[in-house]
Design a protein around this ligand. Sequence first.
Ligand SMILES: Cc1cc2nc3c(=O)[nH]c(=O)nc-3n(C[C@H](O)[C@H](O)[C@H](O)COP(=O)(O)O)c2cc1C
Length: 321
Amino acid sequence: MTKNQLFFISLFLVMFMVGAAWADDLQPIQLLSPQIDGGKPLMQVLQKRSTSREFSSDQLPDQVLSNLLWAAYGINRPESGKRTVPSASNCQEIDLYVSMASGLYLYDTKANRLEPILNEDIRSLAGKQPFVKTAPVNLIMVADYSRMGKYSTEKKEAYSNADAGFIGQNVYLFCASEGLATVFRASIDQLALAKAMKLREDQKILYSQTVGYGIKGRVMGFQKSVNHMDLQEFRPGIKSMAEFGEKLVMACMEIGPEKEDTGHQHPFDQCGIVLEGKIEMFIGDVRCILEAMDTYFIPSGMIHGWKTFDVPARILDVSAK
Ligand SMILES: Cc1cc2nc3c(=O)[nH]c(=O)nc-3n(C[C@H](O)[C@H](O)[C@H](O)COP(=O)(O)O)c2cc1C
């Protein structure tokens, strides 16, 4: 083997190893199963839908991220593979990219997974406005015109813009329901972003949408009485008012009669106090009926659940994030 051949083989091996490391570095994120039975009533959500441009840097909890993506672009009819949004001739030409501090991902709705695309925080390229680079999530809607074969260029552009608009509105409605802040944005340096995302010629960035918690939602202050908090229905039969801090969520909840959570777990501690009514809780194998002024503490990772009786239970719940 000549010196030259040896050099090129070594170069190839080094490039291959660097490339492999780059791809390996960013792992796919398997999303939690979306919760598709929650949310506020539609008319209340429509009343709350609005654009916000103030975001805290707080991360979205894993469950919220999964629910958001499903609402935006999930499959709602598995038998046909059709989605929560319509698309012209069901081309489903929009790809939904998710830009977060950890990197850039592609939402694979069938696998309910975020596929790694770039091991780089490119949020600053996802828009020209200052909040874009610090908000936790920027969704990027990219049309893949190769999936719209039969249409003229003009129609590809018109239809894909409409299709992206539906995604944007779903995100707005989900955010209104969950108390999240969001803004649908056209103000993007498309060229710079497409280059960073390594898009093909026939892939076109249409819009981006920032999602996060609003700054105004952050609590600093006092609530005079838990009995007078303005609770809003967030799941059928459950009303709540939650305050989201950097590390803690405090929620006052009223759970209607005859409701049940048969069990779930999460990687953070949770505790609380029953203010009024009666609730049966279990933590691991231990089961207990709690009444006013009784407390509970649920260590992270423990399976727990609850059940109400014939009267509502009002509780003050605190969990870490
Ligand atoms: C196609 C489109 C592009 C938009 N682009 C931006 C943008 O680049 N930056 C921004 O801050 N808001 C953007 N918006 C949000 C609008 O400014 C906002 O919807 C409008 O002011 C009305 O406010 P509302 O959503 O609270 O009703 C855009 C909205 C649409 C529909």
